[in-house]
Design a protein around this ligand. Sequence first.
Ligand SMILES: [Zn+2]
Ligand SMILES: [Zn+2]
Length: 138
Amino acid sequence: MVLISVEHTREWFESNKTAVRTLKAEDKCQNCGNEGEHLHHIVPLVVGGTNNLSNLAVLCAECHGKVHGNKRLLSKELQRKGIESALKKGVKFGRRAAELPENFKEEYDRWKAGEQTAVQTMENLQMKKITFAQSPRK
Ligand SMILES: [Zn+2]
Ligand SMILES: [Zn+2]
């Protein structure tokens, strides 16, 4: 068992990609079943996603390209794991919790209560981030 200290940053991911890929013992694309070499963040790091294995999906190059254009390709089960991983991290790592979008908990609860789909939840969170990024600083 290899223990590595995980940081939830893009830099950490890039420098530890090979190790993470080895730990994520999946050969097949989790979307289409072809050979998959790519690792995809189910909840993107920028909106509070983690580098935990539960937030990483193995995808082939083709599906990885598609998934960034259409979130619906990822199964609900994978999205659920990613969202839960992000939420756990938010609770556990207080320092990073502030970087979660402010509507994260609200959207998560709404999804948990069955009021909206995981896809809808993700879309709402993404939308919030885009709105936030484009709004001028006050
Ligand atoms: Zn695929
Ligand atoms: Zn990706």
